[in-house]
Design a binder for this molecule. Structure first.
Ligand code: G4P
Length: 530
């Protein structure tokens, strides 16, 4: 197979959901389909349920699992599917946001009982920033969930995306009969806890076929009315609008019951985009370009001091990555080679000889990488667009051992380069404010600073609401704002001005008072203006 064919058969995506909607179950069922695992239960949930500091080994064990399943590769109908795992725990949401920069599309799982939940909304905001194509899978149709039309309305309103049902449920809960495949004109009949993983469908001429009455009984009439309504309300499916992230096709199913998963996968490989190129600070790099390039979007470090290995996850953007070949680390302007690049599969790591655009490989690292770094085949550019999002919890880092301040500085710098948290500096005195999306990170930082760097610290809570990166073309206004808001002004690690807003109310007020300033809620603007 030549290089272009290899690129053309790759599909790289992530499954995202609010915890408990069924991401792990669906992942497992997709892997069963792909023959990547033989039995259910092989994929462990990467949920971290305990948050106490004493549970570090548990956290680490769980993180270990999530590394082992970071990239799941399987073959389906001649396609190579790269499924990137995202952490289930909301405290690791920032990890998920970064992973979303390395995929080409996502499958969003929604619980039919709970509908659109908070984490789903935030994840979709990230998808919309890059116009990532989204397929929605409404799960748990075997339960008495919400009305499907209401669910679609909720998705459109809360997630700000148009939807298009490609299948439609026939009743739900106890009386769930299955789905009608709108475009294939077939009934996919539900069987509780079915052991076979393949869908068994009954083809019909159209929705008025008597077979619909035969199989759906008393629910046939309702189905006909629903389909009529769908035809009049929703436009026909438009693949282009899906690919530009404007329109999400919707499927209904029950991952636990192996129901609707094949339908989802079949449609996924038909419509999902093949590896996309990425913007660099020099030009747009297309996957077909001959020379290899890629970027690091995640770094996993081992908390266990006996195993200090770090793994940097690199998404291949162009060309072919080869084992043992020298590549340029463009930030350091140095060449490195990688004798043991790996892929991961259900707890087994495999060495890879070569990797193509769309693939994600793990590179063992001794501290050379930070998130966003670029490797090339000699060319001099840097990929853009792994943004920081505003943290939600802010604490000042307090040094508890003045003799170890160098270690503390080095430790916190390295941990924040790995993406564990964000670091802001405040003058005078170079006070360090650490921002995260969850409490768990502070425990992780404290533990790692002590065990890996021999530095002891404490955290003092700061009641900030949001971090906003501030820019302006009016230097004097910017200067005035920085002077007046001195107590709330910090700089990020690249020296950009950041305003730590104390509350939503005050933030809204400042935005009104200072129309000359732009308040950015992610650091993405840096890459746009760079
Ligand atoms: P997550 O990764 O999104 O957090 O969700 P996960 O797959 O772990 O699923 C959360 C719970 O929902 C699990 O139950 C799982 O069995 C259940 N579930 C998943 N799909 C379906 C479905 O189609 N129908 C129904 N009724 N339940 C479903 P649990 O009790 O938390 O765990 P477990 O003991 O079953 O593993």
């Amino acid at each position: 197979m030549d290089r272009l064919q290899e690129i053309g058969r790759r599909r790289t995506f992530a499954i995202i959901s609010h915890p408990d909607a069924g991401k792990t179950t669906l992942t497992e069922k997709l892997l069963l389909f792909g023959g990547a695992i033989q039995t259910a239960g092989a994929v462990k949930s990467n949920k971290i349920t305990k948050t106490a500091a004493s549970d570090f080994m548990e956290i680490e064990r769980q993180r270990g699992i999530s590394v082992a399943t970071s990239v799941m590769v399987f073959e389906y109908n001649g396609m190579q599917i790269n499924l990137l795992d995202t952490p289930g725990h909301k405290d690791f949401a920032e990890d998920t946001y970064r992973t979303l920069t390395a995929v080409d599309s996502v499958i969003l799982v929604i619980d039919s009982v709970k509908g659109v939940e908070s984490q789903t909304e935030r994840l979709m905001q990230v998808c919309r920033m890059r116009n990532t194509p989204v397929i929605v899978f409404i799960n748990k149709m075997d339960l008495e969930g919400q009305d499907p039309f209401d669910l679609l309305d909720e998705v459109e309103k809360k997630l700000d995306i148009k939807v298009q049902p490609l299948s439609w449920p026939i009743s739900k809960g106890y009386s769930f009969k299955g789905v009608y495949k709108i475009y294939d004109k077939a009934l996919n009949l539900f069987e509780s806890l079915k052991t076979k993983i393949n869908d068994e469908v009954v083809t019909v001429d159209d929705i008025n076929d008597p077979k619909v009455d035969q199989f759906c009984g008393e629910y046939a009439q309702q189905l006909r009315e629903d389909i009529e309504l769908i035809d009049s309300v929703y436009e026909p499916f438009d693949a282009k609008r899906y690919l530009s992230g404007e329109l999400a096709p919707v499927f209904f199913g029950s991952a636990m019951n192996n129901f609707g998963v094949q339908e989802l996968l079949d449609k996924f490989i038909e419509i999902a985009p093949y590896p996309k190129g990425r913007e660099s600070d020099l030009k747009f790099i297309a996957p077909e370009e001959k020379k290899f390039s890629g970027f690091v979007f995640k770094i996993h470090a081992n908390i266990d001091p006996r195993h200090r290995d770090r793994i940097a996850f690199l998404r291949v953007v162009s060309g072919v990555f080869e084992r043992n070949k020298f590549y340029k680390h463009t930030r350091l302007a140095k060449d490195f080679k990688y004798p043991n690049p790996v892929t991961f599969m259900a707890s087994a790591k495999n060495t890879v000889e070569e990797a193509y655009p769309g693939d994600v490989i793990g590179l063992y690292d001794t501290g050379n990488f930070k998130i966003g770094d670029t490797l090339t085949e000699g060319e001099n550019f840097q990929y853009r667009g792994i943004p920081n999002f505003s943290p939600e919890i802010f604490k000042e880092l307090i040094n508890k051992d003045p003799m170890k301040s160098k270690q503390l500085d080095k430790g916190i710098r390295q941990l924040t380069e790995e993406g564990v948290a964000q670091l802001f500096l405040q003058e005078p005195g170079s006070r360090k404010v650490v921002g995260t999306v969850g409490e768990l990170q502070f425990e992780v930082i404290k533990y790692r600073l002590e065990h890996e760097y021999g530095a002891k610290c404490d955290f003092e809570t700061k009641s900030f609401y949001k971090a906003c990166w501030i820019t302006s073309t009016d230097d004097s206004k910017l200067g005035e704002f920085k002077r007046i808001k001195g107590n709330n002004m910090v700089i990020d690690k690249e020296g950009h001005d950041v305003y730590l807003a104390p509350s939503k109310f005050i933030l809204d007020m400042e935005q009104n008072n200072y129309p000359e300033l732009t308040f950015h809620f992610t650091s993405e603007f840096k890459t746009q203006n760079a």
